[in-house]
Design a protein around this ligand. Structure first.
Ligand code: GLN
Length: 434
C-alpha cells in the first residue's frame, strides 16, 4: 500500500475505534504526518510509531497522563525520538499510560482507562497501556514504552503483542520523565519480533546526554532472522509463588516444541530471593520517584504534584518521603539495595549455566476493568518482571496463545547486553507458528 494511503487509513481507523479503546492522548494533524512521510527515508521508512506520554517529543504534549503535566509541551526531543526521526520513523501521537508510569493496568491515567483491544471489558495491562493497545489494535506499527518493573512486558502480554525491556543502560533515558532512574528503560512494542528488533537497533547505544548508557555492540538484524540452535534454556522454578497454572503449562508446551525443533536443552532453574523481589522493588521506586518529582512543585513544570496527582502517585510520593526521612536511613532503601545485589548475583550465577531463563510474564490473565483488586495483589502482578529489572537484564515478552480468549505471554530473560541472542530466541519461538 502506498504510504500516504496507509497513513490516511490508519488515522481513520484510530478516529473510529479509539473513542472506545482510548490508547492515544495526542494524535498529530494529518497534514503534518503526511509531510513527515514525504521525507521518510532510512531504517524506519514507512513505519508508523506511537510514543508513550512520558517520552519527550518536541512540540507535543508529554503529560505522563497526569493533570500535573496536563499542559506540558516538550521543548525538545528525547534521544530516542531524535534517532527515530533520523531513520525516517513517522510519529503519529502520544499514547495513554498509567499516571507517571505508576501502575499495572492502564486504569490510573487521569484521562480515562485504556481498554484491551482483544476484549474491551478487560484491562490492557500497564503502565505502557496505550502503547501496547495501539499496536494490538493496529493503530501503529511500533510503539515506544518504558519499563521500570514490567511496564513494557506486562501490557504486551495482556494485549498479545511483543515487547522488549532492554538491559539497563542499553538505551538512552535522556528525555524520559523518570519513575525510578536506577531501573527505568525505554523499549519497543510491536506485533512481531522483527519490528521490535528493528526499532531497538535504531534507539540502542551510547548517548553522551545520558551517562548511564553503555557501549553495547549493535545488534545484527540479519542474525535475528536465523533460528538459534543448541542453547540451554532454564525454565524458572516457581515454587512458593502464586500464579495461574494454565499460563505456566502453555509456556512449557511451547518451549518443549522449540526444544524438539531446534535441539535446545531444557532444565529447571531455581533463583533464590524471588519472593523478596516485589518488596525490594517498591521501596526503591518510592524513594527515587519521590526524589524525581520534587521538580513538580508548581513553579517550573505544570502543577504541584501533591495537589493534582491521583491516588497511586500520591501513595508513592508520601511513602517515598517517609522512607527517605533520616530516622529510617538504612532501614528500607539500603536493605532494598542489598537484596537487589543478591538477586543480581543469582542471575549472574544462573547465566553461567543457561543461555536464557523463561517464565510467565504475569502471574494471572488480565482482569476486568473496574474489578476490585487489593494493592498487594496489584503489586504482585510484577512478581515475574521485577527480578530482571532489579538485575538490569534484558527481557522479552512474547505471546504464546490464549486462555479463556485472553492473551498469555512468555517472558524470556537473557544476561545484560545479550539483546541479539534474546531476540533470536524470541524469533525462533515465534516462528513455530508459521
Ligand atoms: N507496575 C510497576 C509499578 O507500578 C511497574 C511500573 C513500570 O514498569 N513503569 O511500579
Amino acid at each position: 500500500m502506498e504510504l500516504k494511503t496507509k497513513i490516511k487509513k490508519t488515522l481513520e481507523k484510530i478516529k473510529k475505534e479509539d473513542k472506545e479503546i482510548n490508547s492515544f492522548l495526542v494524535l498529530r494533524e494529518e497534514k503534518e504526518i503526511l509531510k513527515d512521510a514525504e521525507n521518510s527515508k532510512g531504517k524506519l521508512a514507512g513505519k508508523i510509531i506511537g510514543v508513550k506520554s512520558n517520552i519527550c517529543v518536541k512540540g507535543l504534549k508529554t503529560s505522563c497522563a497526569s493533570k500535573v503535566l496536563e499542559n506540558y509541551v516538550a521543548p525538545y526531543d528525547a534521544t530516542v525520538i531524535e534517532r527515530i526521526k533520523k531513520e525516517g520513523g513517522i510519529i503519529i501521537g502520544m499514547t495513554n499510560m498509567d499516571e507517571f508510569a505508576c501502575g499495572f493496568s492502564g486504569e490510573s491515567s487521569a484521562f480515562g482507562a485504556t481498554k484491551n483491544p482483544v476484549n474491551l471489558k478487560y484491562v490492557p495491562g500497564g503502565s505502557s497501556s496505550g502503547s501496547a493497545a495501539a499496536v494490538s489494535a493496529g493503530f501503529c506499527d511500533i510503539a515506544l514504552g518504558s519499563d521500570t518493573g514490567g511496564s513494557i512486558r506486562n501490557p504486551s502480554s495482556h494485549c498479545g503483542v511483543v515487547g522488549l525491556k532492554p538491559s539497563y543502560g542499553a538505551v538512552s533515558r535522556y528525555g524520559l520523565i523518570d519513575l525510578s532512574m536506577s531501573l527505568d528503560q525505554i523499549g519497543p512494542i510491536a506485533k512481531n519480533v522483527e519490528d521490535v528488533a528493528l526499532l531497538f537497533s535504531v534507539i540502542q547505544g551510547k548517548d553522551e546526554k545520558d551517562p548511564t548508557t553503555l557501549e553495547i555492540s549493535k545488534i545484527n538484524l540479519e542474525e535475528i532472522k536465523k533460528p538459534i540452535k543448541d542453547i540451554k534454556v532454564g525454565i524458572l522454578d516457581l515454587e512458593g509463588l502464586n500464579y495461574d497454572e494454565r499460563i505456566y503449562s502453555l509456556l512449557k508446551e511451547k518451549i518443549e516444541k522449540a526444544s524438539e525443533k531446534y535441539g535446545w536443552k531444557l532444565k529447571t532453574i531455581k533463583l533464590n530471593y524471588l519472593d523478596l523481589a516485589v518488596e525490594t522493588y517498591y521501596p526503591l521506586v518510592y524513594v527515587e520517584f519521590f526524589s524525581g518529582t520534587r521538580k513538580f512543585d508548581g513553579r517550573k513544570y505544570g502543577k504541584k504534584i501533591e495537589e493534582y496527582a491521583g491516588p497511586e502517585v500520591l501513595r508513592r510520593v508520601f511513602g517515598g518521603s517517609e522512607i527517605s526521612k533520616a530516622e529510617y536511613r538504612g532501614r528500607y532503601y539500603n536493605s532494598a539495595l542489598k537484596v537487589k545485589s543478591l538477586i543480581t548475583k543469582e542471575f549472574e550465577k544462573a547465566f553461567k549455566e543457561v543461555d536464557c531463563i523463561v517464565c510467565p510474564v504475569t502471574p494471572r490473565l488480565p482482569w476486568k476493568i473496574g474489578e476490585k483488586i487489593s494493592i498487594e495483589e496489584a503489586y504482585a502482578s510484577d512478581v515475574f518482571t521485577v527480578p530482571s529489572s532489579l538485575a538490569g537484564n534484558c527481557a522479552l515478552s512474547l505471546p504464546i496463545g490464549k486462555i479463556d480468549s485472553l492473551p498469555a505471554g512468555m517472558q524470556i530473560i537473557c544476561d545484560k547486553a545479550q539483546e541479539e541472542k534474546l531476540l533470536r530466541i524470541g524469533r525462533s519461538i515465534e516462528s513455530l507458528n508459521e
